[in-house]
Design a protein around this ligand. Structure first.
Ligand SMILES: Nc1ncnc2c1ncn2[C@@H]1O[C@H](COP(=O)(O)OP(=O)(O)O)[C@@H](O)[C@H]1O
Ligand SMILES: [Mg+2]
Length: 248
């Protein structure tokens, strides 16, 4: 579903992606791990066309992602942003139904609201949350609202950028389980970025580790613990000693 090959991206002298290759089969869940600042979010933004790679090929469902109708292209994606990125000035239901209130996916207002309430219920929130504002939500609730928004338009491809960062372990577990259930239920292709190893084990079919601008190791999650890759081993065991320099 997603094919990335030879992606390079620099910001000035900061050469972030240096020949990034990744394939995500349709209906599978890929989790990308790697230290902070290694370019995980940039890789995701390249797929969406929010960042233009300096070099390389990106195909989505066999088609060049950088050409054709942008609106139709983006309509296939759902995204849970790092940090939630809810619109402060809109009530929860309008955040969830954002895509359904404008553009090519536009629905009548009442229908959009009904879908928003159904999606809120899907992520474990009651309908009374619909008319609250983001400032009135706890961190866990805001994540759920972001998740409801990501799935509102029933996308074929969903991106989750650090879905559990900033949540306590119990709420992280709840969000991980929800993500797994939703992805399976929708048959969606998923790409998740995280440095939370609990998330990896809960969400992934396959994992890929980004280091020094390239995918150092990729494979099924079941093979992760016996990879023999010193970078991956250091990362999953959280060791200070190893090939990855702790000082950045
Ligand atoms: N718009 C930008 N302009 C300049 N540098 C950027 C921009 N976006 C990201 N970077 C840099 O690219 C690197 C990778 O960022 P990012 O993909 O956000 O990392 P992470 O792996 O933590 O998600 C970082 O060094 C960051 O400072
Ligand atoms: Mg990031």
């Amino acid at each position: 579903m997603i094919h990335m090959e030879g992606i390079h991206k620099s910001f000035g002298s900061n050469h972030v992606l240096r020949g990034f290759d990744l394939d995500i089969p349709k209906g599978s869940s890929m989790v990308i791990i790697g230290g902070s600042g290694t370019g995980k979010s940039i890789a995701l933004k390249c797929v969406l066309g929010l960042v233009k790679p300096d070099q390389g090929t990106i195909l989505v469902d066999g088609k060049d992602a950088s050409s054709g109708d942008r609106d139709a292209f983006l309509a296939r994606f759902g995204m849970l942003f790092q940090g939630g990125a809810l619109f402060d000035s809109l009530p929860v239901w309008q955040n969830v139904a954002f895509r359904l209130l404008r553009g090519s996916l536009k629905r009548p207002r009442e229908e959009a609201r009904a879908i928003a309430i159904e999606k809120l219920r899907r992520v474990g929130l009651k309908s009374d949350v619909a008319d609250r504002f983001p400032a009135e939500l706890s961190g866990g609730m805001a994540k759920r609202v972001g998740l409801a928004r990501a799935i509102a338009a029933e996308p074929e491809i969903i991106f989750f950028d650090e879905p559990t960062t900033g949540l306590d372990p119990i709420m992280s577990g709840v969000i991980n389980e929800l993500i797994r259930e939703i992805v399976v239920e929708m048959g969606a292709t998923a790409m998740t970025i995280t440095h939370d190893m609990t998330s990896v084990r809960a969400i992934a079919d396959n994992i890929a580790m980004l280091h020094d601008g390239v995918i150092q190791w990729t494979g099924p999650v079941a093979e992760m613990d016996q990879s023999g890759d010193p970078y991956l081993e250091q990362f999953i065991n959280g060791r200070a000693e190893g090939p990855i320099e702790a000082v950045r």
